[in-house]
Structures are given as C-alpha cells and as structure tokens.
Design a protein around this ligand. Structure first.
Ligand code: SF4
Length: 415
C-alpha cells in the first residue's frame, strides 16, 4: 500500500464504523429514493451496502420520511444488512428529530447543514435543539457546510469586514467565500461542543463543486482543526465529468493525508445504478494505494494490432466475473482483494505486463499465432487456444484464488 502520512485526527465511531484516527478511509453513499418509501429505500440501502458502502445516508426531509426511518433500519436488520444509516437534515431537522424520537434513535448519525438550520433567525436555537437530541441519544454529527447553502449572514459579515480592509489587504470574493465555509464549519463545531457534544462525536465537511476550490477549502479546514473530515465534490455531475472531477479533487487531498471518509456525488443516468458512486469511490482509494477492495484488472487499450474485439470482451468478462465473485470471495478468502489480473491484447506488452500481475493472459494480436500464454506469479504456466479461452482462464483464476488465499474460517479458527 502507499505510504501516505494521514493527518492526525480524533476518531469517531458511527454504530461500530470507525472514522478518523487510525481507521481506514471509509466509503459512504447516499440514496436517491423517497425516504418515505420504506421498501424502496431499504432495498437501495442494501444495494449500496452490498456494493461496499460502509455508511449510507438518507434524506429526512419531512414527517413521512422521519416516520419511515426506524422501519428502514428494522427492514435492513431483518435482511441481515448491517450498515449505519445517517439522516440528512435541512431546514426542519430540529422539528423532525424532536417530534420523531424513534427516528432520532434509529439513525446512527445526523448530518446538520449550519447554512440552513437557522435560516431567518438571529439565535441558534434550532441548531442547539438538534445537538441536544444528538447528545441525548449519544449520536455523532456531521456538520456539513455546502457553498450552495452557505450561512448568508456569516458570509455577508465577512464580506463587509473584508471590504473595510485597506485595499492592499483585501481578499477577492472567492477567497472570502472559502474562508466563510471554514468559519461556518468551525464555529458550528465549537457551538456543538458547548451544547454538550463530545469532540470525538463531530465530523466536518465543506463541499463545493469546483476542484480547485475544494482543494483550497479542505486544506484550510485540515490545518485549523483535528476533527475527521468527510470529503466530496458536491454536484460532481454525470458520467465521465463527474467521475473525473471527483477523482481529481479527492486524489490531491487524499494524497496529502486529508480525508477520513469520502463520497462521490454522481448524478446517475435516469434509472441508472446508484451503486456506481460506491465503485468509483473504492476505485479512487484503490488506485491511490490507500485501500484494496477488489482485484484489479490491467487491460491494454488495444490498438491497430487488435482488430478483433475478442480481448476487449474477455477483459470485460473477467472484470464482470471478478465483481460478481467478490462479495463471496471477500467473505471466504483473506487478502483476495489485492489480487491483480492482466488481460493484454498482443505480444508487444502482453507477456511483460502479464508477468507483473498475479495472473495474466496475453491474447494473440492480428496476424499472430492464435494462442494465449497464461502467466501465474511471473511464470508462464500454460498456453490456451481454441474458442474456450475465456472459460479456461476463469477456471485458472478460481484455482488461483482457492490455492493462494487462506480461507477466513481457518484463519479465525487458528487465531
Ligand atoms: S499490448 Fe499490443 S494490442 Fe495492447 S495496446 Fe500494446 S501494442 Fe496494442
């Protein structure tokens, strides 16, 4: 794994999942179902958890949603899915948490947006009410600032103060906005502690939608506190744009040791698969060498030397096969997630790259002899030919997993 010096933070525990301190960087996600729909939301929470989301957040935006939360949590328990469910509150969280104590108890953590919890008020009674419920139920809280809903009173005050500075010292509006986000998070955290929450029950986030802005704001936040930080580029967008922008922003920060839990906020295609955001988050961490989640397939991009699509199909089949097997393999075999597999298109880089992987196959390029040497831990072990190459390669993969990774039951028995 990569040697990255993580920033020192307090550690909080969310229904058994540790975040910050020496805990691994945790992957989280959020549902997009109507929370009032118990079965639909529980099903999506289960899908996200099975995909590897270690925390799942649901919006709690009205009374029906608050009423549904305990039933969602019970349904997941019934299905044998253990994943902490976090409530996302805006505007009316103080009312909902007070009126629906079963919801307050069932949630593992509350997300509070300090920019809209006390809108139109001069006091902080609403914020205080939410913290008091958290203290009463001993629940951790994420104070989640978002620049789309930044505390306007605080921003205006800081803009005014900046405007009164001598011209040479004046900052531009972007800088003041970033500072206001940090201030909003830190002041709210200090207030939460004053109202009784422990220091190690607080996570902070300050999400923006620009990559450079996100990097700046998190560097500032990281340098000014030791609360664990939740990272995410808000409204990252759809498809390649969302994946690349999130990866760019999160990678810089994670490489600097900043970030204790992450979410990739992708906009799915209509009826698209919500679990994609979990896979992308895992892939970011695995690509950086921070955590292993799934065996990695190294596949060459193909070129004029591979005029057939055979090797692309094989690479996709193997990736799909690994993804399908992983939930069971992860339970059965210790360390299988660190396995590497290479599927290469021709003789130029095929044998070399295959030798670097745990298992590699070098397919024949155009005009090459129709044979596919297979390498296991750097040694050529066999040559596949004919039209059952895919099946035979997968059989070798299975055999490798069974013979190279210790069954978890044995490990538990010998511990
Ligand atoms: S390994 Fe062969 S087929 Fe793949 S990109 Fe390189 S030269 Fe092209």
């Amino acid at each position: 794994m990569a040697q990255i010096q993580r920033r020192h933070t307090a550690q909080i525990t969310i229904a058994g999942v540790r975040v910050g301190g020496d805990a691994p960087v945790v992957v989280q996600s959020m549902t997009n179902t109507d929370t009032a729909d118990v079965t639909g939301t529980a099903k999506q929470c289960a899908d996200l958890a099975r995909a590897g989301s270690e925390l799942v957040r649901v919006t709690v935006n009205n009374e029906d949603a608050a009423r549904a939360v305990p039933h969602i949590v019970d349904t997941l328990m019934l299905w044998g899915i253990r994943v902490p469910i976090i409530g996302d509150f805006h505007y009316n969280g103080h009312l909902l948490l007070k009126k629906f104590p079963a919801c307050a108890r069932a949630l593992a953590k509350y997300r509070i947006n300090p920019g809209n919890v006390s809108i139109g008020r001069k006091d902080d009674d609403n914020f205080r009410a939410m913290i008091e419920v958290a203290v009463e139920n001993q629940k951790p809280v994420r104070i989640g600032v978002n620049w789309g809903s930044l505390d306007q009173a605080l921003l205006t005050r800081m803009m005014d103060e900046n405007g009164r500075l001598p011209e040479a010292e004046r900052k531009d509006a972007r800088e003041v906005t970033m500072e206001a986000m940090v201030e909003s998070a830190l002041r709210s955290a200090a207030m939460a502690e004053r109202y009784g929450l422990r220091h190690d029950q607080i996570i902070l986030s300050a999400k923006v939608s620009g990559v450079q802005d996100l990097i700046d704001v998190y560097r500032q936040l990281a340098s000014r506190c030791d609360y664990p930080l939740h990272l995410g580029l808000t409204e990252a967008g759809m498809g390649a744009k969302g994946v690349v922008a999130s990866t760019a922003a999160l990678s810089v920060l994670l490489q600097e040791g900043i970030g204790d839990t992450i979410r990739v906020s992708l906009t799915p295609e209509p009826n698209g698969d919500r679990t994609e955001e979990v896979l992308v988050a895992q892939q970011i961490l695995q690509s950086l060498g921070i955590r292993n989640f799934s065996p990695q397939v190294t596949a060459c991009p193909g070129c004029g030397r591979t005029t057939s699509t055979f090797f692309q199909e094989l690479a996709a089949d193997i990736q799909g096969y690994l993804r399908k097997q992983m939930p069971a393999w992860r339970e059965q075999y210790a360390g299988v997630e660190s396995m590497s597999v290479a599927v290469m298109g021709c003789v130029v880089n095929g044998p070399g790259e295959s030798k670097h992987a745990n298992i590699g196959i070098s397919l024949p390029g155009t005009f090459e002899e129709p044979v596919a040497p297979v390498f296991v831990d750097g040694r050529k072990v066999t040559i596949l030919r004919g039209d059952r190459i895919a099946e035979e390669f997968m059989a070798i993969l299975n055999e490798y997993v069974e013979s190279h990774y210790a069954p978890r039951t044995e490990m538990a028995g010998s511990a």
